[in-house]
Design a protein around this ligand. Sequence first.
Ligand SMILES: Nc1ncnc2c1ncn2[C@@H]1O[C@H](COP(=O)(O)OP(=O)(O)OC[C@H]2O[C@@H]([n+]3cccc(C(=O)O)c3)[C@H](O)[C@@H]2O)[C@@H](O)[C@H]1O
Ligand SMILES: Nc1ncnc2c1ncn2[C@@H]1O[C@H](COP(=O)(O)OP(=O)(O)OP(=O)(O)O)[C@@H](O)[C@H]1O
Ligand SMILES: NC(=O)CC[C@H](N)C(=O)O
Length: 557
Amino acid sequence: MIIRLEQLNPIIGDINGNLTLIEEAIANAEADNVDLLVLPELVVCGYSPMDLIEHQSFLDTVYQANDRLKVNSRDTAVLFGTITPNNNATGRNCFNSALLVQNGYKIAEVHKTLLPTYDVYDELRYFEPNNTFECIEFKGTKIGITICEDIWHNFELPYVTYDVNPAKELVERGAEAIFNLSASPYTKDKPHKRQKMLQQHAQRLGVPIFYANQIGGNTELVSDGDSMTISSDAEVVGRAPLFDEAHIDFKWNPKADMLENVGPEPAEVSAEIAQMFNALRLGLQDYLDKTGIADDVVLGLSGGIDSALVAAIATEALGAENVVGITMPSKFSSEGSVTDSEQLAHNLGIELHEIAVKDLYDQFNVALDPLLKDSPFGVAEENLQPRIRGTLLMAYSNKFGNMLLNTGNKSELATGYCTLYGDMAGGLGVIADLYKLEVYEMAHWLNEEYYGEEVIPSAIINKPPSAELRPAQKDADSLPKYDILDLILEAYIEKRLSITEIADQGFDIDTVQEIVALVDRNEYKRFQAVPAIKVSDKAFGSGRRWPLVQRWTSSRN
Ligand SMILES: Nc1ncnc2c1ncn2[C@@H]1O[C@H](COP(=O)(O)OP(=O)(O)OC[C@H]2O[C@@H]([n+]3cccc(C(=O)O)c3)[C@H](O)[C@@H]2O)[C@@H](O)[C@H]1O
Ligand SMILES: Nc1ncnc2c1ncn2[C@@H]1O[C@H](COP(=O)(O)OP(=O)(O)OP(=O)(O)O)[C@@H](O)[C@H]1O
Ligand SMILES: NC(=O)CC[C@H](N)C(=O)O
């Protein structure tokens, strides 16, 4: 039989639009004589619909769509992820399910067993878990159907140990292959980790695994696709490309123990920094496209590396004609702030405007003078500049409809090295989950590998980072160097190590203590921060919940 794994990019809540995508995929599969078309988890309603599920009218629309897919089904069997009602008297009112339909009939309805409820996932809040296992008879073969987390059973999962392994349960009941429908978001190293996890299953269970994942950005999360098939001897038979709508076909004859890729050619997995770039590019593109908020973006260009990288990502995501930079020199700006921004804008082919901030800044000080006059220059005066810039950028956004891009990185967001209602403004944090060292790495990679020439000027890459809020300011005056800071931050945020454990890795304990306290103390800023595209295992945002009012920080020091 011919099995097609199809990685679609559904939009959350756009049931009609998703039906169109699905029906196109079915028509193509019918035309190509595909026997079984496998679509991703919750493809009918998008992942994750969150509290839309609390609206019965939303559920009813999904149920009608399920029915339409069943009634219209023909020779090609379609296995798709959707919500189905729980008709039992108790429990949550619906399941996260997979339906198998063919020739107008529902052949199978399977519910997700392991409902991830950690980090960005909150599925137990909405769905009733499955607890019975049954194989499906398809073309004389027994297959086992699982949904996303079901197959991640106890594979490097944080804080959770499941006592049931759905794939194993199904193979024990005779499954000759495991199918998995996923809505699995990208994080660094995920394609490698995913492959290892699927290979481990194939090896332990001795059956092939067919894995179909969605692609696409949904606010913080970007699914990377990477649909693949693993043979019973744990070889990757073929995989679809990362971050692209695509399909991949396999010919499988379980009786003859034959499994092969029958096109398109399997994709190669790109280098990690390229994956991260593509996740950010697609995350931004889909945020604008799916919200319909704007085609164009605006951002402040400071002549620094962060805004330069965001401008480059935006240009690749949206096209140069849809990106506007504004340079806003103040009396503390270096000369390069304007000239380097001009060079960058020229290289990227984007529009650049200049607005002088100096007079506005002086006017603010004049207005505040009666209140502040005897006080020394400090944070209040420093922060006026990012706040003036934020106001000007938002005025441009309001007038011309361009969404403001936030350019803050994870190192700044972690330490609170950013100004509320100033440079924290914007609709989406494009690089807010990249540490500063990763910002540099991506800028180098762009010039050296992606463009193959110097598009981000070396003057921008090589200058010492500075907020330019007071004369001759450098980030290194207030923060440890980024090659120390970022490692401590990663050890604390991603690895959740204690102060002593971090210090034991060779860092000065006072520095570690100070940084950890900074991270904790600045949670209030992140609580108000823009949504950020997630590429790490622990990003700031919905997957990291920290009490604003707490005394753990002060009591442990
Ligand atoms: N727990 C809490 N809950 C609610 N609000 C809280 C709070 N703790 C303080 N606050 C309030 O927060 C305010 C202080 O925050 P905020 O006004 O943002 O200012 P603040 O954090 O004091 O200063 C901004 C820092 O970021 C640096 N910076 C700024 C801009 C850009 C960059 C860059 O390199 O990109 C760096 C700048 O050099 C300075 O060190 C105060 O008004 C305080 O009352
Ligand atoms: N002179 C400026 N003109 C235009 N925008 C600015 C200017 N200075 C700061 N910004 C905006 O505010 C953001 C915060 O910049 P800041 O210079 O404080 O330090 P940064 O976080 O190191 O960023 P960058 O590396 O882009 O300079 C910038 O990324 C940019 O969008
Ligand atoms: N939708 C899901 O169940 C996602 C969780 C799973 N661990 C993954 O990252 O793929």
